[in-house]
Write a protein that binds this ligand. Sequence first.
Ligand SMILES: [Zn+2]
Length: 342
Amino acid sequence: MAEPAGETAVFVSHPHIDHVGLAGFLREEVAVHAHTDAVDLLDALSATGQGLTHGDPAWRRLTDGQRTRVGPIEVECVAVDHDVPGASGYLVRTSAGVLAFTGDIRFHGHHPERSWGFVERAAECQVLVTEGTTLGWDPGARPRDETDVRRDFTELVERTPGLVLLSCYPRDLERVSTFLGIAAAAGRTVLWTEQTAALLRLLGVAEVLSSADVPASELHAAPGSYVVAPDPDDLASLLDLPVGDGYPAPVFVHANGEPLGPFEPRWEPFTDWLSALGIPLRQIGCSGHASQDHLHLMLERMRPSTVFPIHTTAPLRLHPPTGTARVVAEYAARYDFAGRAR
Ligand SMILES: [Zn+2]
C-alpha cells in the first residue's frame, strides 16, 4: 500500500512530453494543475489518439496570475514564452520565502514580454529554479529566432520548384499557423497526416487539409503547389510522393518537428531515406529555450539568494552574479532556501 498523499499537488509547466508525460500515473487524489491552454492541447491530443500513457488526470485549469493554496503554501501561475501553448512558470510563496520556477522559457520567441513579465514578477524571490538547456550547447553566434524561421521558410517555399516536405511539431500552434500563412501566400496547400489534421481542427486552426483530402494524381501533377508533412513513423510513405526522376527538385524542411534530432533513434533512418531519395534537408528551426546570454541577463535582473540550474547537462556553465549562490541539486536530495542540503 502506498503512503497517503496528504496535501500533495502537482503543477505542470507545459505540455511537452518530458514535462507532462508521466501525469497519467499520478494517484487520483493528487490535484494536477496546468494552464488552461495547455489543458486544451492535452485534451485535443487525447481525443485524436495521441494522449498521455495511462490516460489523463482530472486537470485543474489555471490562468495567468491565478493563485492556488496547497496547505500553507500558495502557488501562482505565471505565463511565459516557450514553443508550445500554455507554458507557465510558477511562484511558490512559503513561510520561508518565495521560490520561482521558470518551467521551459525563452526570450526570443513570439511573446518575449511574457518571459520578461515573469522575471519582473519573480523579482521578490529568494530561490530561483531555472531551466538551463542551452548551457549544454555551444554558445556559437547569435541564436536564431522566430523571425529567422519565418524568413527562411518563406524563401524555401518560393524558391523550391518541386514539392516542399515539412517536419514541424504540431503542438507548436503558432508556428503551424505562421507556416500555413506563408504557404498560402506562395500558392501552396499544406497536407498534414490525418491524425495531425484532426488535432489541428480540434484546436481551431482554420483550413486544415490532410493527404487523404487531395487525390494523389493532383499532387503528382503539380508538386510545386503543395507542402506535405509526412508521418515520421511511416518513412516508406515518402515513396508515394512526387520526388525523384521526372519531378522538379524537392526539399525537406525540418523545423523542430519529428524526428526531433540526432539524439533520437528515428533520426538516422530519416536522413538515410532522404539521401536515398535525393531530397536535400534544410534545418530552419529555432530553440524553445533561453540562450545562455538571456539566462544570465534574467539572473542579473532577479538576483535571488540561491539559484538551482536544472534541465541541463552543464549546470556549472551558469555563472550567477555576486550575492547569488549556485547550487547543483543532487537527485532526490532536500534543500532549504539557503541551498543547504538537509
Ligand atoms: Zn519544453
